[in-house]
Design a binder for this molecule. Sequence first.
Ligand code: SF4
Length: 233
Amino acid sequence: MARDSLARVTRDVVACERCPRLRAWCREVALTRVKRYRDQEYWGRPVPGFGDPRARLLVVGLAPAAHGGNRTGRVFTGDRSGDFLFAALHRAGFASQAASVSRDDGLRLTGAYVAALARCAPPANKPLPDEFARCREYLSREWALLTEVRAVLALGRLAMDGAVAVLREAGRVPPRARFAFGHGAVHDLGGGLALFAAYHPSQQNTFTGRLTPRLFDAVLDKVRRHLARSPRS
Ligand code: SF4
């Protein structure tokens, strides 16, 4: 079998048809669109991860948004959650610009890689457990290829559960290991690797003030301090 690579994972993700419910939904959304994006051609396919192959920070989100990543073809791009996330990554020095509007907007990530647990936009923003499980292979492969990663930032409890499932499947944590979720929680996984938790930058959290730029920056500060202490391979 040919050696795996990020380019290969991207190709496999984009061509994936394993979840009929999600594929049908993404295609339907791409055909019907919403009024404000009626003049745009939607991506409508699974959305691959994106970022620096030498990333030391891996950011794990939940799934693309119907009119965000499913429209633009880049994770967290073209919606309010992405506006919040990339602005924060820019303040922390991981992103070349705060704005993330399209696949060709010039945004570059340095030292960071962003991926989602499920790669297809789900109805009501809720993938089913078997859809998460089917899609986890892609996160697992990317993580294995991102050999410099020393910090994993899970956006929300479900993303954290998915990241822990990847660790369990890789034998990097005991089968029954449990990790408490809380905004700002940090779990030392040994070998210089740490798992960080943050509230997901969904509008539900950012519009209500549950998650503010200051609160998110505080988590990224912890990530940066951890990375500064953790040796490069
Ligand atoms: S959610 Fe993942 S596994 Fe399911 S069809 Fe999309 S890319 Fe494939």
